[in-house]
Design a protein around this ligand. Sequence first.
Ligand SMILES: [Mg+2]
Length: 378
Amino acid sequence: MQISSVEAIPLEHSLPDGHGLGDARNFGHARQTTLLRLETDTGLVGWGEAFAPGRIVAATVEELLVDDVVGMDPFAVESLATDSYTSQYHFGGDVFLQSAVSGIDIACWDIVGKAVDRPIYRLLGGTDCESLDAYASTMYYTEAERPPAAPIRDAVDAGFDAVKIKIGAGTDGDVERVRTAREILGDGGRLMVDMNGNYRPHQAIETARAIAEYGVDWIEEPVPPENASGYRDVTDAIDVPVAAGEAHYGRFAFKDLVDERAVDIVQPNLGRCGGLSEARLIAGMATTENVAVRPHVWNSAVGVAAAVQFAASVPDYPHSRNVPEPMLVEFDRSENPLREDLLETPIDPTGGEVDVPQGPGLGVSIDEDALDRYRLDE
Ligand SMILES: [Mg+2]
C-alpha cells in the first residue's frame, strides 16, 4: 500500500465584530486550521489536522514534504517525525513544519487503523478505554464587556466538573475570576487556570500565591513559552503544578521541559507537536520522569479526535487504581463550528465525559458538506 495523494484543506471560521475572544495576551476573531486528506492506491482515505493557517501548511507540504509522502507506505508513519529533523535542513523545531508533519502523521495513523480495523489508541498500545474525563475550557477574555460567570455556569450546567479559565491580566482581576469560578464550580470540582505566558516570573508567583486558597489543579503557561529560566523560577517558588506544551513543537522542546523539571504536566497539541508519533515519544519521556501528560486541544473536530485517541493510549504510570489521577481531555467551549460541525457524529463532551471512538483509525467520519462550508480555497 502506498500513499497516492496528499491534499491540504484550509479551513476558517470568523467571529463577528464585537465577538472576539481570547486570553490575557490578545483577542482573536478567526479560527483557522488545516485538514490533511491522504489517499492510498488501495482507496483508503485518512484525515489529519495541521493546527496552522492553510496557505502556510499547503506551501510547506508542497515545498518540503509531498515528494517523500507520495509513494510512502503509511505503515512507515514514524519515519516522518525522524525525517523532519534529518531530511529538512535544520527545520525540525519549526512550528509550521511540525504542524504540517502532524497533519500527515495523523492521517497516516488513520489509514493504518482502517487497514487493520483497529482504533488508533489500540495501535499505540493502549488498553481498552471506553471513555475519558473531559474538562471545559471557558471564561475567556472577551472583546466586548460580558459577564464572566455566564460561560462557566453553562459548562457546569452541561455536566462538567473540571474547568479551565483564563487569567493573567493582573493579580487583583485574577483573584476575582478564580473566586467566581470556584463559587460556581463548587468545592469538589477541578479548577485549572491559564496565564497564556502573559507574566514575568514574579507576577506569576504573586498570582499563584493569591489564588492558592481557592484550590487550583494546575497553572498553565505562567510565563512565555520561550522563557525557560522563568519556568524554573516559577516552579521552584510555588506549590501548584505548572503545565505547558501548546507552544512547544517536536520532541526536543519537550525533552527540555522534562529534563529541566520546568513543568509538572506537558500538554502537546496533536496538530502541532509532530502528530501522534511524536506525541507518543513525548508521553514516553514525560511519564518515565513522572511528569503528567494532558493534551492541549483547541483544534477542529479532527484534532479533537486525534487527541482523544492519543489520550486513551497514555499509561497512568506511576499512578494506581488506589490513587487514581485520571487523564483529562480539554474541550473548548467557545463558539467554533470547525469543532462542532465537521463530523457526521460529533464527539460530545456533555456530562464531562467523551466516548472514545472504537471504530478503525480515528473512528470518525467527515461530513464533506460541512467541510465545503468552511474551506477557504473554494
Ligand atoms: Mg493554554
